[in-house]
Ligand binder design. Sequence first.
Ligand code: ATP
Ligand code: MG
Length: 569
Amino acid sequence: METNHTDAKARDEARSLNFIEQIIERDIAAGKNGGRVHTRFPPEPNGYLHIGHAKSICLNFGLAKKYGGKCNLRFDDTNPTKEDVEYVDSIMEDVRWLGFDWEDRLFYASDFFEQIYQFSEKLILDGKAYIDEQTLEQIRAGRGTLTEAGSNSPYRDRPIDESLSLFRRMRSGEFPDGKMVLRAKIDMASPNMNLRDPLLYRIRHASHHRTGDKWCIYPMYDWMHGQNDSLEGITHSICTLEFENHRPLYDWCIEQLGIHHPQQIEFARLNLTYTVMSKRKLLELVEAKHVSGWDDPRMPTICGLRRRGYTPESLRAFCERIGVAKFNSLVEMEWLEQAIREDLNKRAPRVMGVLNPLKVVIDNYPEGQVEQLEAINNPEDASYGTRQVPFSRELYIEQSDFMEDPPKKFFRLGPGREVRLRYAYFVKCVDVVKDAAGNVIELRCTYDPATRGGNAPDGRKVQGTIHWVSAPQAVDAEVRLYDRLLSIPDAGAIPEGEDWKKYLNPNSLQVLAGCKLEPSLATAAPMAKFQFERNGYFCLDKDSTENQLVFNRTVTLKDSWAKVQSKGD
Ligand code: ATP
Ligand code: MG
C-alpha cells in the first residue's frame, strides 16, 4: 500500500499535477462518481468579479475541460438584500469574456429554495433541527468560545411537532424578522464552532431579485451550498481556504439527507500586492467615488482589467502560472503585468504617439510637403506588415527626448546633436526657441535627405533613435497613465479598525491632455490595443469621442527598454 502511494506521488510530481488534479486523477482511477468530473463556479451576485474570481473560474472550468467534465455557473443568491441583477449580468459577461462556457448549466441557488425548504422539514422530522426562539445575542452568547463549550438552547429539545409547525408558520410570514431561527441539532460542545448548532434559516421580510416576495425566510449559506452542489451532481466542490473548517458541516448536512456527496476541496485565495481583493472594499471605493466605477482601470475587477487593456489570454496565462496552493500568499502585481506584456508584445501593433509634445520645425524641409514613410507594424510578427506614416516640416517629439544641457549618458537630442527619427531621417538640432519664462517651446532642426528610412549612406552613426509624430496630421488624444491603487504592497497588513483607504495611492491616475498620435489611430476600434513605441501598451477607452481619443496605458514596456533604445537600436 505504502509503496503504491509513494509511487503515485512520485508520478504526480513528475507530471507536475497540482494537488487538486492529483485528487481528481485518483478519484477517476478509483471509479469514484463513475469517473465523472463536475465542478462549478458559485459567485454571490453582490458585486463585480475580480482577478481572484478569475483564478477560481480558470480553475473550475479548466479542470472540467482537462478531464472531459462539466462546469456549472451558479449564482449563490441566498442573501436577498445585497444582490442585484446588474451583478448577475456583469458576472455572466465576465465569465464568457474570460473564454468559458457553462452551456445550458446556469443555476441559481434560489431555484432550489423549495427543495431546501423540504430538506429542512426532513431534518426537523428526523430530530436533527429545531426552531430556536432566542434572540441572536442569546444564541451568540450560548455558542461558547474556542476554549469553552457552548450551552444548549432552552428550545433545543422542544417537540418535533412544535418545531415543524413553527417552521411552517415562519414560512407563511406570521413572524417578524429575528423572532426565531431554524438551527441544526449537532453538538454544542464540538471543538469546531461551525458544528455548534449552526443557523439554517432566518426570517427576512425582503424582496429577492429573482423570487420576489415569494419567500420571507432564507437559508444560510452553509445550509444551501452543499445541497446545491449535490443536487447539481457536482463531484468536486472547490472553494477557498476559509471554508476548510466548514467542511465538517458541509459533510454533516449531506449525510443527514443521504444525498449524493460531492467532495469539498479548499485552495488558497489569490491576493495581489498593491490592491484590495474583496467585493466589500471594492464597493466602498465605487460608492465613495475614489474610482470612476467598477470598471475603473485601476480596479482589480475583471471589467476594470478589461478596460485597462488586459486580454482574456493574459489573465488565463497568469492564473495558470501562479498555480494553486494550500497556503495563503501574496502574489506580486508584476506577475500580472508580465503576463499582459508578453501577450501584447506578440499581438499589439506598434504605433508612434507623443505623450508630452515638444514642437520641432525642420528648417530645410520644404514647406507644405508631406511624404509617406514605411513603418513596421510588429517586429515580432512579419505578417502584421507595414504602414505608411506621414512626415512633414513640423513634428512633435517627446519633451523628455530633448535636453538643453545633456549629461554624458543622454543619447537623445540636444543643441548641435544628431539623432535618428524612427523610420524617417537623421535630424540635427540647430536652435532652441524659448518663451518669456525661459521654457523650451520649440526646436529648430535640419534633416539629412540622404538618410531616408533611418540609415546614412556614408555609414555615420547616431546614438539615439526617438519617436515622433507629424504635426499637421496628428490625432489629438487624452492619455491616462496608471499607478498602483494602494501605496503599500500588503493590504492585509493594515491593522483591523484602521481606515484602509488612508493607504490609497493619491497618484494612481495621471491624465495627460494634448497628446499627439500618428493618424492611423484615428480609426482605431473600441478596445483596440497598441504599443506606443517606447511608451508602453495602450488601449482605446470607451470615453473616446469623435473629437478626442482617450487611451489607457495598460502597462509600461520593460523598464530597461527605453535605455536600450536610446543607445540606438
Ligand atoms: P470576496 O471576498 O472578494 O467578496 P467572495 O469569496 O465572497 O469574494 P464569492 O462570490 O462568494 O466571493 O466567490 C465566488 C467564488 O470565487 C468562490 O468559490 C470563492 O471561493 C472564489 N474566490 C473569491 N475570491 C477569491 C480569490 N481571491 N482567489 C481565489 N478564489 C476566490
Ligand atoms: Mg462570498
